[in-house]
Design a protein around this ligand. Structure first.
Ligand code: XBP
Ligand code: MG
Length: 259
């Protein structure tokens, strides 16, 4: 069995709960600014999250929820412009100190760096959003702890397609057996598994709790901090103090021991 060499992190919902109070708010601000009466409340946004990627999500909203909307000749241009504005609002919101990392994320990153593991980001969100989140939570230059930040439109198909994980592994010269991925959603789990990565930890949040995580080695409601244990919702162990490197190595071992 190959050694665990790299941790691949999703961003939205995994590193931080960015969706309800971050991305959603930024989409609405962009719509308002453009004079549109579109407003995504938290419940509607939960339904829209079935589609990853901001531009794709706007298009899905129009197709599915706004049959009344008469598209302009340049619908792609309208969506691209709205999305640029949304990124501006989202990064500004982060710079106001809007969104913290989830508990245990900083601890686990530090432990992984200390142990010499290779780290990468695999996300559908826009690269500027990842930089802003890392800078405002871990400090400027902190994206340097990640050997590779793979984000946004660099691959043609976003999650649940496996493309972003395949791209990361190719770039880093890694095979699926050397990687463990951390995700928060069903779409993320599909992307990981279809890329051939079997060792997978899911940290659920309010939007993803109850989704299908079949194939994940461990499902928890967070990584936990000392004295604040996460709830185990599925997987190899019944309870644990916190998700640390020893737990990740165990998930990796169990995932590959039969093949
Ligand atoms: C995250 C997303 C992202 C953000 C918006 O999915 O779906 O699209 O909601 O980002 P995952 P952009 O966590 O599975 O990667 O607007 O920058 O596309
Ligand atoms: Mg996610």
């Amino acid at each position: 069995m190959a050694e665990l060499e790299a941790l691949l992190f999703d961003v939205d919902g995994t590193l931080a709960n960015t969706e309800r109070d971050g991305h959603r708010v930024a989409f609405n601000a962009a719509f308002r600014e453009a004079g549109l009466d579109w407003d995504w409340d938290p419940a509607l946004y939960g339904r829209l999250l079935s589609v990853t990627g901001g531009k794709e999500r706007i298009r899905y909203y129009l197709d599915r929820f706004r049959p009344d909307f008469i598209p302009p000749a340049d619908l792609d241009g309208l969506i691209a412009g709205l999305h640029r504005a949304k990124t501006r609002h989202y990064t500004a919101l982060l710079r106001q100190g809007g969104i913290p990392l989830r508990p245990g994320v900083k601890r686990l990153l530090e432990e992984a760096v200390g142990a010499g593991l290779r780290l990468a980001v695999a996300t559908t969100t826009t690269p500027d959003n990842v930089s802003a989140l890392l800078e405002t939570t871990l400090g400027s230059g902190s994206d340097g702890i990640f050997e590779l930040v793979a984000a946004g439109d660099i691959v043609p198909s976003k999650k649940p397609a496996p493309d972003i994980y395949v791209w990361v592994m190719e770039r880093m010269g890694l095979g699926p057996q050397q990687c463990l991925a951390l995700e928060d959603s069903h779409n993320g789990v599909c992307a990981v598994l279809d890329a051939g990565i079997r060792s997978l930890v899911v940290t659920v949040n309010d939007y993803t709790r109850g989704q299908d995580f079949t194939g994940a080695g461990l499902v928890v409601d967070g990584l936990g901090e000392p004295g604040e244990s996460p709830r185990v919702l599925g997987g190899a162990v019944e309870s644990l103090a916190q998700v640390d490197l020893a737990v990740l190595r165990q998930v990796h071992r169990v995932a590959w021991q039969d093949g």
